[in-house]
Design a binder for this molecule. Structure first.
Ligand code: HEC
Ligand code: HEC
Ligand code: HEC
Length: 430
């Protein structure tokens, strides 16, 4: 007999339930049930008629009735609270996270939500529901709830989901910034979101906005420089990669990969996708021509970690299929393929993050990115840290200078960003 337990339970509870319904409705419980069903059906037909006749009030100008607004907000609060249960909050006190979050907040959130010393656009204030001025609202939410909202967005409002759903790390950066925002002065906000180096006071942004008159890249570059800095050196802290002195072909490949969605980042994708192909080329050329920058401010990693990094980079680990990194990324004699990025002198935090993304399949990239998926796959977290520390400790010039001979690009020829059969064969292990 199927589901004997279910039958037993039914038999046991059906008779008392019938008795109770009979008592409640004076014996006519079947008729009451039928009436309820009929009313439900009538309400459904009525609703459908209203919708079909086009009488549903959808105008944003009339706002919500108080009751509708209350119910919708209540539903949202409950849904966010329940559905964010079980999300583990990582440490959020890293200044680099706040810096990265601030940079994106300015691109993607400010117009709708305002910020310290910055009002919301008048246009978004005509939305229903109106995006709230955010600073005073943050304290109502737990960090995992903010994460849920920023990652998933909110249906039936204009609150968008995170563009790169794979990049939880970026969403956490925004959460770290949101949590710092309520107590942030307008000056601090300007410094974080628009300023020069995080450790230097912000420059006024207006002169940059005057540049477009002579220089068509002016406003675009001013925007890039908010995060990557005028000298292309990132902004300290490792929130943003260094671009100065990077190979032009790689920079262009990376920008095209963001623009086409092959490399996932909720921060860089919308920026690159909004630019014309020739602007991307000009930007890649601009940053490639800036002199490479060596770190003088980097904290010295432990000598142990450096030695391990050096040995891994030079020899790889044969038995685990980890190739020699030096083979492609230097430092080594002779020219290198310009599609292999310069990673010497890059921020350790950025390098480690990219390696983690490669191992978890979250880092796309150019047509060559598959090389790194297999190269990084077997790396342990300690090995990634050691390799990141080692490469970050190298002077940037060294590999840049060695890489340069391969970069004799003919300006009239488009830069080749597709691999040849020879390039994509796995490297020999040493
Ligand atoms: C196009 C406008 C728009 C953009 C862009 C936008 N939001 Fe929203 N956001 C909204 C709307 C609308 C709501 C819902 C308001 C409501 O429920 O009444 C909302 C709600 C929120 C809430 C919940 C606020 C509360 O207390 O109810 C948070 C937090 C939030 N957004 C953060 C962000 C962040 C961070 C970004 C940028 C990554 C962002 N939003 C981008 C429109 C926007
Ligand atoms: C809001 C901050 C922000 C702005 C503005 C910004 N970037 Fe980025 N950029 C980032 C972050 C964060 C990353 C790392 C993203 C990742 O993890 O893939 C990045 C990555 C890059 C990379 C890849 C570097 C590498 O080593 O692989 C390039 C190239 C780049 N940006 C160029 C630009 C250009 C050109 C502009 C202006 C059009 C620009 N960025 C504007 C934050 C920003
Ligand atoms: C066969 C060549 C090759 C080998 C070997 C190799 N890489 Fe790469 N690496 C690449 C290429 C190509 C990219 C660019 C991928 C893309 O974005 O399309 C890259 C990208 C990277 C990046 C991201 C840089 C950035 O700016 O975003 C890091 C970090 C990196 N490699 C580290 C390593 C380490 C560590 C090793 C050794 C374990 C290694 N690579 C071995 C070719 C190689």
């Amino acid at each position: 007999m199927p589901f004997p337990a279910a039958r037993r339970i039914l038999r046991r509870y059906w008779a008392p339930l019938r008795r109770w319904l009979g008592w409640l409705t004076g014996g006519s419980w079947k008729r009451v049930l039928a009436a309820v069903a009929l009313m439900g059906a009538l309400a459904g037909v009525g609703g459908l008629t209203l919708v079909s006749l086009g009488l549903v009030p959808i105008s944003a100008s009339s706002g919500h009735w108080t009751a509708t607004g209350w119910v919708l907000h209540y539903a949202m609060r409950r849904a966010v609270s329940t559905q964010s249960m079980g999300i583990t909050v990582p440490p959020l006190d890293d200044p680099a996270l706040v810096l990265k979050g601030a940079g994106h907040y300015h691109t993607g959130c400010l117009a709708c939500h305002g910020g310290p010393g910055q009002e919301r656009s008048l246009i978004v204030q005509q939305m229903t529901p109106e995006p709230p001025f955010l600073p005073p609202r943050i304290e109502r939410w737990e960090p995992q709830e903010l994460f849920w909202i920023v990652k998933n967005g909110v249906k039936f409002t204009a609150m968008p989901a995170w563009l790169a759903q794979k990049r939880d790390d970026e969403v956490w950066a925004v959460v770290a910034f949101l949590q710092a925002m309520p107590s942030m002065s307008p000056e601090r906000y300007t410094q974080l979101a628009l300023g020069g180096r995080a450790d230097q006071p912000a420059k006024p942004v207006t002169p940059d906005h005057l540049r477009p008159l002579q220089d068509p890249l002016g406003p675009v570059l001013a925007n890039c420089n908010r995060c990557h800095a005028e000298d292309g050196g990132g902004r300290g802290e490792g929130a943003f990669p260094r671009l100065a002195g990077q190979s032009e072909a790689y920079l262009l490949g990376a920008l095209q990969a963001y623009a086409s969605g092959k490399r996932h980042s909720g921060i860089m994708q919308p920026i690159a996708a909004g630019l014309e192909p020739d602007v991307l080329e000009a930007l890649a050329q601009h940053y490639a021509e800036l002199p490479p920058i060596s770190r003088t401010d980097a904290p010295e990693p432990l000598p142990d970690s450096l030695a391990r990094g050096l040995s891994l980079a030079e020899r790889g680990v044969r038995e685990r299929g980890i190739p020699s990194c030096v083979h492609c990324h230097g430092p080594k004699e002779g020219p290198r393929n310009p599609m292999y990025p310069n990673i010497a002198g890059q921020y350790a935090a950025y390098l480690k993050l990219q390696l983690e993304l490669f191992t978890t399949g979250k880092r796309g990239g150019t047509e060559y990115a598959h090389i790194m998926h297999s190269a990084a796959q077997q790396l342990t977290p300690e090995q990634m840290q050691a390799l990141a520390d080692y490469y970050a400790s190298l002077p940037a010039e060294e590999t840049a200078a060695l890489g340069k001979p391969a970069l004799t690009l003919n300006r009239r020829e488009p830069i080749r960003t597709e691999p040849s059969a020879q390039d994509s064969s796995p490297p020999q292990q040493r």
